[in-house]
Design a protein around this ligand. Structure first.
Ligand code: SF4
Ligand code: SF4
Length: 303
């Protein structure tokens, strides 16, 4: 790595992705997010730092982790293996001796050159399919220097780019990055400020203001709405959403994302509590689609 090559923290590069934009894509997952959405499918993306995920249901109790742990975070107590997350330095020693895959290191520091080397392997498929690279997370704009260099490198190599963002960023500080990105997917999780804050940890004012301003000049801004039963699937929330999109934005369309609980096992593994949610029924989803379309707002589907 060159000294000037910025380093960032990611937790995955998913090749052959088809749900994160047009065509065949590589999705780069940034680690670290300022939000804590209660239904998040990627709780391992929340902390910026590298961390150890512990899947207790896979643990056989062999004790090998305790034998190599120098901090006492993995230890045997009363014949049981314990993991004290607060004492863990994320050195990774236990992950390399665990025979059951119960300990996993999540996240790694990488350079722009490292990431570029991986994503360039599929450049021909991006070109053939109209795909490219999607920056996701976590929140990509929480690592602006790293993102800026990555997007710029893709640009120089003729690779199309998209970003999946919470919209919670300082627009003036990252405008130059957004100008280079071909497609912006941005979430609206709830139209009510207090509800948004309670459910995600931050209010929605900055996010809505950013969507309104960004969509005036960016050619492709797509709003994503996670649909969660009893949380944001009320008629009132959707009518407020439609009114906002119509009056204050020029977005290209909306994608509705019904809730799923695929991330459940990871909550315990990162030491976080899991909230139980469910998706609205098909009838409700169809009603919201019709409502959006009746307002002239295209409903898109990248699944
Ligand atoms: S990552 Fe290192 S400090 Fe943490 S539990 Fe494993 S061996 Fe111990
Ligand atoms: S090494 Fe893995 S399987 Fe063995 S006790 Fe530790 S976490 Fe469990």
């Amino acid at each position: 790595m060159r000294r000037s090559d910025p380093e960032g923290t990611i937790f995955q590069i998913q090749r052959w992705s088809v749900n994160d934009g047009d065509g065949i894509r590589s999705t780069v997952f940034f680690k670290g997010c300022p939000l804590r959405c209660q239904w998040c499918a990627n709780p391992e993306s929340w902390r910026h730092e590298v961390e150890i995920l512990f899947f207790a249901d896979r643990c056989t109790g062999c004790g090998r982790c305790a034998a190599v742990c120098s901090t006492g975070a993995s230890r045997i107590a009363d014949g049981q293996v314990c993991f004290e997350r607060e004492q863990c330095s994320a050195c990774g020693a236990c992950t390399s001796v665990c025979p059951a895959g119960a300990k996993n290191a999540m996240g790694k520091a990488v350079s722009v050159a490292d990431v570029l080397k991986t994503i360039k392997r599929d450049a021909v498929f991006y070109r053939e399919s109209g795909g490219g690279v999607t920056f996701s997370g976590g929140e990509p704009f929480a690592q602006p220097s790293f993102l800026r260099q990555l997007v710029s490198a893709c640009h120089e190599n003729g690779i199309a780019t998209a970003v999946e963002t919470s919209g919670f960023f300082d627009l003036a500080a990252v405008q130059d990055i957004l100008e280079m990105i071909d497609c912006v997917f941005v979430d609206i999780k709830h139209m009510d400020e207090a509800q948004h804050k309670m459910l995600t940890g931050v209010g929605n004012r900055t996010i809505l203001a950013n969507i309104a301003a960004l969509s005036q000049w960016h050619p492709r801004v797509i709003v994503r709405v996670p649909l969660i039963r009893g949380i944001n699937d009320s008629e009132e929330n959707f009518r407020t959403l439609c009114a906002f999109l119509k009056a204050e934005t020029r977005v290209s369309g909306v994608e509705l994302l019904p809730y799923h609980d695929y991330g459940q096992a990871k909550y315990e593994a990162v030491g976080a509590g899991f909230h139980t949610f469910s998706a609205p029924d098909d009838e409700t989803i169809a009603r919201f689609q019709q409502l959006l379309e009746s307002q002239g707002i295209p409903v898109l589907d990248f699944k």
